[in-house]
Design a binder for this molecule. Sequence first.
Ligand SMILES: *Cc1c(COP(=O)(O)O)cnc(C)c1O
Length: 430
Amino acid sequence: MNEQKKILFYEEGFFEKSVKEYDPILSSFLEEEKRRQQNQIEMIASENFVSRSVLEAQGSVLTNKYAEGYPGKRYYGGCEVVDKVEDLAINRAQKLFNAKFVNVQPHSGAQANQAVFLALLNPGDTILGMSLDAGGHLTHGAKPNLSGKWFNSIQYGLNKNDSLINFEQIEDLCRTYKPKIIIAGGSAYSRFIDFKKFRKIADKYDTLLLVDMAHFSGLVAGGVHPNPIPYADIVTTTTHKTLRSGRGGMILTNNENLFKKINSAVFPGLQGGPLMHVIAGKAAGFGEALKDEFKVYSQNVVSNAKALSNTLMERGIDIVSGGTDNHIVLVDLRNKCITGNTCEKALEESGVTCNKNGVPFDETPPSVTSGIRLGTSAATTRGLKENDFIIIGNLISDVICGFKNNICDPNIQTVVKSKIIDICKKYPIY
Ligand SMILES: *Cc1c(COP(=O)(O)O)cnc(C)c1O
């Protein structure tokens, strides 16, 4: 055996060593990132902390396996075990969302959307999605994205008065441009989306309806958000945001005909071998999401977001649409004369991680923006309660109110940071 190892491996025993033993440089970065996650409050709305079980599944030996194709119809041998894993992920997703057909192979949310476009559209077709500044996603037809380059992309926005989806504009655009697909869903929209209304418009103008539930799918699974499945022709999602599973994408539908097209688009149309270790991570996370505890988690995500939003508003800070129905709180900094990018940096210095974000009718470029987006899903996983979010809301307000001429008072940041670290210590991760 030893003889064989000498021939196989250039360094004795390297195969059995941990990252820590074998690669101290990389290992120190991994430890550093773990410390960062531990010592900051994670308020990026798209992030979450997965359980050890999901981490383990995603870091498993399934990474070694090629499994092009679908369970029972693979292009490689040795797939009998990964078939079981993929079927488990599919079955759990079907149950979670009450969907007839599910593809769990998309490598990411962006690729899930690309697969839908590849399945249902031709280059040059007209697509209608929500604009970035209204809270839409790049893959919904934004100019720098493939969806904006290869398709004739038209975009809808929000009402000026209440910052809710402008359905009149959607109808006008449908009447004029006859899009082949309407995309509902976004990355910075904090209100329930009226899927029924979207369905009505799609029927009236004979277009397909894609709902991208990337952000709120975990809340749907947890029963605190309307489920788009009964209304949409196709639903796409990420699996790692509020859904807290292995990192990737997924496509769901009740339409068998469309599902066949979707499957061929994902493979062989767009992707090669599925990431079977990630699919295992998805199965692990979906299993958690089926439990009653996940319902409680989802309820807490939403009540925490409401507590955060109310606290900020009480401190005189503008919240887009005046509150939230989900995990997102979109802060409008225009009345404070602070830009999103400086606020993001000031909060990071103070121990709060979030991202700058455009707000409706924002006139600054996407690299600057006039807002920040906050989300409660990650910190809620750590165990933070409404009371903690009231404290954090006040600390964030201290930072925002500590600005003069777009510069934050460093003394305020120091005080906030030490209080944030105290909260972090109360809720350890991993
Ligand atoms: C996050 C997100 C995506 C993209 O997901 P990735 O996994 O980052 O590619 C797509 N659509 C929406 C609405 C999102 O919020």
